[in-house]
Design a protein around this ligand. Structure first.
Ligand SMILES: CC(=O)N[C@H]1[C@@H](OP(=O)(O)OP(=O)(O)OC[C@H]2O[C@@H](n3ccc(=O)[nH]c3=O)[C@H](O)[C@@H]2O)O[C@H](CO)[C@@H](O)[C@@H]1O
Length: 529
């Protein structure tokens, strides 16, 4: 911890002496806490941070729209447009890499979830699935399953380490939650939690905002804070030690996220990419997703807040959006690329400005909740390293299979707990239907086969189906449901054995299987034997 004198001097030379204006009123304990917080600030960079923030807020970044173009098709892979052979080659490559312990996943979980309006980390959110599983639990089980699948295919015991970037807001509750839930059955030493940096919010005239008499208003430095955090916390070294060469980075709120998706990993590895982004076709011009495109010939994401509506609305002669590659915050990086970013490019990452309402204390020390924006928060974005890639690829996936984010509280038309829950249930219904199951309505009548759309699937539908199938099992035809699933899905050519422990597991909690099982039909079936 620095001395008060040293901190005072630094604040003075940064033009921020007001930070200590209430020092004399603080208790011994509060003084110690505050000094601790101030010691952790980048005091040498504080002047530049404050001046940079006001400069950036005063001159909004120039529109990129004049210089953007879509990513050329030769750099785009697509689940929809690829043949089965390519897809299965990529999947095999991905599973091989996973089985050799060369793949890790990294969760970006430092955000505050302001739009959702909860006080705890978003990953702890329960969207109301029949199983009551939280986003963290679903993700943990998917890691477990992909390890199983890759390991079984290649006769190895493999590990996909889970790196979790948190912030001051999310670290403690996330750690506690994982501990209370026994790390969801994963080996704790393979879960590496670390913290991103926090930076001060600044007023429009360049003054650090005091949130309390002895507390600065701090905010995480954006999900692009990842690159500093990887170095600060020696995460790249950890990856190297474990032999992890490829990292799948993803955001916390997508209930359909395919952890360490072998198809995506395999595609990127086969193309020799050092950096890749998964995209879905944008649902409409105004959808709040970034667009993966090129700016002056260089791969980049133009964020939804930074594209002009006229550009977002441009359409091809056939009617599809020109800028349709919606970023779903699922990225592939090689470790070598991340190392390069850390060593050479981090300082060049663009700063994005967010103008926010930041609670503060007035000159008398009274807390104020502003009614209009009063502060500047600076953020870096995780995708801003794309321009430094030497070999960047895009992989387009099917929205209904891979993207349903939880951003808003219930009541909103999109991206809410209800839409997330329905997306997952709809996906499971599609899998079950594709594998030969018939879904029943509440009166026991067969429902028409589900389509690809994210239709509203009432929970009872799935529960009815489960009850009906478990009924079949109980009537001494213990394996009929599962063998028929397997037969139908493989065109009647195979007949799988179903192991009793799995049946037991399914009998106890079907939802555990359906949420925890891996994503596509083949994974679903794979889990059954
Ligand atoms: C900058 C960025 O990636 N934007 C993407 C993000 O937007 P969006 O605006 O939705 O981004 P969020 O604020 O939800 O953050 C994305 C992820 O980054 C994490 N986070 C955020 C801030 C922070 O300081 N630390 C941190 O770890 C969040 O916890 C979350 O997991 O997801 C959309 C898809 O859902 C994409 O279309 C956007 O292009």
């Amino acid at each position: 911890m620095l001395s008060l004198e040293r901190v005072k001097r630094s604040l003075e030379s940064a033009g921020q002496s007001h930070v200590l204006q209430f020092w004399s009123e603080l208790s011994e304990e509060d003084r110690e806490g505050f000094l601790q917080e101030l010691s952790q600030l980048d005091l040498d960079g504080l002047k530049e941070h404050c001046e940079g923030a006001t400069r950036a807020a005063a001159s909004p970044s120039a529109s990129l729209d004049q210089n953007i173009e879509p990513v050329p098709p030769e750099f785009i892979g697509s689940v929809r447009r690829s043949d089965r052979k390519s897809l299965s080659e990529w999947e095999n490559e991905g599973l091989l890499q996973i089985s050799e312990n060369r793949v890790g996943v990294l969760l970006l979980a430092g955000g505050q979830g302001t739009r959702l309006g909860v006080q705890y980390p978003k990953g702890m959110y329960n969207v109301g699935l029949p199983s009551g599983k939280t986003l963290y639990q679903i993700q943990a089980e998917r890691i477990h399953n992909i390890q199983e699948l890759a390991g079984r295919k290649h006769g190895s015991k493999c590990t996909v380490p889970w790196y979790i970037m948190t912030s001051e807001f999310t670290l403690a509750p996330t750690e506690k939650f994982f501990k209370e839930n026994n790390y969801f059955g994963l080996e704790p030493s393979n879960i590496v939690m670390f913290e991103q940096r926090m930076i001060p919010a600044v007023t429009f005239d360049g003054k650090v905002i005091l949130q309390g008499k002895g507390k600065i208003a701090m905010a995480p430095d954006g999900n692009g804070g990842l690159y500093k955090a990887l170095v600060d916390n020696k995460v790249l070294e950890d990856m190297k030690k474990r032999g992890v060469e490829y990292l799948h980075v993803y955001c916390v709120d997508n209930i359909l996220v395919k952890m360490a998706d072998p198809v995506f990993i395999g595609f990127c590895v086969n193309k020799g990419a050092d950096c890749g982004a998964k995209v879905v076709e944008k649902a409409c011009p105004a959808e709040p997703v970034g667009v993966v495109c090129r700016v002056q010939g260089v791969a980049q994401v133009v964020e939804y807040s930074e594209i002009q509506p006229e550009t977002a609305e441009l359409r091809e002669p056939g009617g599809e959006l020109v800028y349709s590659a919606g970023n779903i915050c699922n990225h592939f990086f090689t470790r070598a690329f991340l190392q390069d970013v850390a060593e050479k490019f981090e300082a060049q990452l663009k700063q994005h400005v967010a103008i926010k309402k930041v609670p503060f204390v007035d000159t008398c020390g009274n807390p104020v909740k502003p009614t209009k924006p009063n502060g500047i928060k600076m953020e870096k974005f995780v995708f801003d390293v794309f321009p430094f890639s030497r070999s960047f690829v895009v992989f387009e996936v099917i929205r209904g299979d891979e993207f349903s984010p939880l951003k808003n509280a219930d009541g909103a038309a999109t991206d809410s707990p209800t839409t997330a829950r329905n997306s997952l249930l709809a996906q499971h219904c599609r899998w079950a239907t594709a594998a030969g199951a018939t879904l029943l309505d509440e009166d026991g009548n067969a429902l028409p086969p589900t389509t690809r759309s994210e239709e509203n699937v009432p929970i009872y539908t799935l529960q009815k189906q489960i009850q009906s199938e478990l009924g079949t099992i109980n009537r001494n035809r213990k394996d009929s449901f599962f063998t028929s699933l397997s037969r139908k899905s493989t065109g009647g050519t195979s007949n799988f054995n179903v192991t009793c422990p799995l049946l037991e597991h399914i009998r106890k909690d079907y939802n555990k299987m359906s949420n925890g099982s891996y994503f596509t039909k083949s994974y679903f079936i794979a889990l059954l034997h």
